[in-house]
Design a protein. Sequence first.
Length: 95
Amino acid sequence: MVRSNKSKTADRIGKGKVTPMQVAYLVDRYLCDNRFLETRSLFRSEASSLISKSPIREVPYSLIPLDDILNEYISLKEQKVAVDQEKVRLDQEKT
């Protein structure tokens, strides 16, 4: 089953600084690092329009790996939830 991301993408346009080409490189590096060679080959074929626009043909190893980015994102979201809960608790104490 294929999910459409059109509505989500339209909602996020202009709100971030990550380009589709950068996402393609992150995914490509993830597939390479985890030895998903057949999937990587297929991905590179399907994402060739993004990858071919870049003067760099290989994934820059200076990029933070996708799993590290996701782990940091989850940690930040957990911290935000904790801070928000603490704010609510403090507001309730005031009243």
